[in-house]
Design a protein around this ligand. Structure first.
Ligand code: A5P
Length: 220
């Protein structure tokens, strides 16, 4: 927990007065959100777009002013977690199921900082099953198409019920094992009708703040 806390809090140092920011989802960016709440109480003026209902509730609880894409179409900075990060800063995200909003927010940001404990750093993506958001209608057919790409998809459940995303969709956790070309796999998946978005984030990350038990390392 200390590693996540140190990474999450360190990243908040990059937030400047007047910024419009994106707030990610998960147990690492949780610490960023708490720190931002403190800074707002001390006078920092920012507005934030949350990437999930969970983050929206947390941000409100900590007094962070929120905005949305009807008022702001570009953000200065987004801070978010990740499930795996490779040497080229390609990511797997969506362990918490928020990948679609997370990608929309990251793509609308000038800068994107990833916060994670060191265990998330890997040589090649794919040990963590890739979350893919799909429409509930014909999800079985969509899953078969993913099988043909060797993805081994498993419908995500939570407390014995099918997990539903904030957008009303399902998640298929896909076991590819080794993703040697993340951009290529993402493109192939996106051509399948029924796939709304994949948890592969390529070409988005500017900096990784990697937490250890003793500190946080900036990687650019
Ligand atoms: C949410 O859908 C995910 O993309 C999270 O950002 C990711 O799972 C990281 O979460 P933790 O910081 O809790 O590990």
């Amino acid at each position: 927990m200390e590693a996540k806390k140190l990474a999450g809090e360190k990243a908040a140092e990059f937030i400047e007065n007047g910024m419009k920011i994106g707030l990610g989802t998960g147990s690492t960016v949780y610490w960023t959100i708490l720190r931002v709440g403190q800074l707002v109480k001390e006078g920092l003026q920012i507005e934030a777009i949350p990437t999930s209902k969970q983050t929206e509730a947390l941000a409100k609880e900590h007094g962070i002013p929120l905005t949305d894409f009807s008022k702001v179409t570009q953000l200065d900075l987004t801070i978010d977690g990740a499930d795996e990060i490779d040497e080229h800063f390609n990511l797997i995200k969506g362990g918490g199921g928020a990948l679609l909003r997370e990608k929309l927010v990251a793509a609308a940001s000038k800068h994107f900082i990833v916060v994670a404990d060191e265990s998330k750093l890997v040589k090649t993506l794919g040990q963590f099953p890739l979350p893919v958001e799909v429409t509930p209608f014909a999800w079985e057919v969509t899953a078969q198409r993913i099988v043909s790409l060797n993805g081994n998809p498993v419908l995500r459940k939570k407390e014995n019920q099918t997990f539903i995303t904030d957008n009303g969709n399902y998640i298929l956790d896909c076991h590819f094992k080794q993703i040697s070309n993340p951009a290529d796999l993402h493109n192939k998946l996106k051509l399948i009708t029924g796939i709304v978005e994949t948890g592969l984030f390529t070409n988005l990350t500017d900096m990784v703040v990697a937490g250890t038990e003793n500190g946080a390392r900036l990687m650019e």
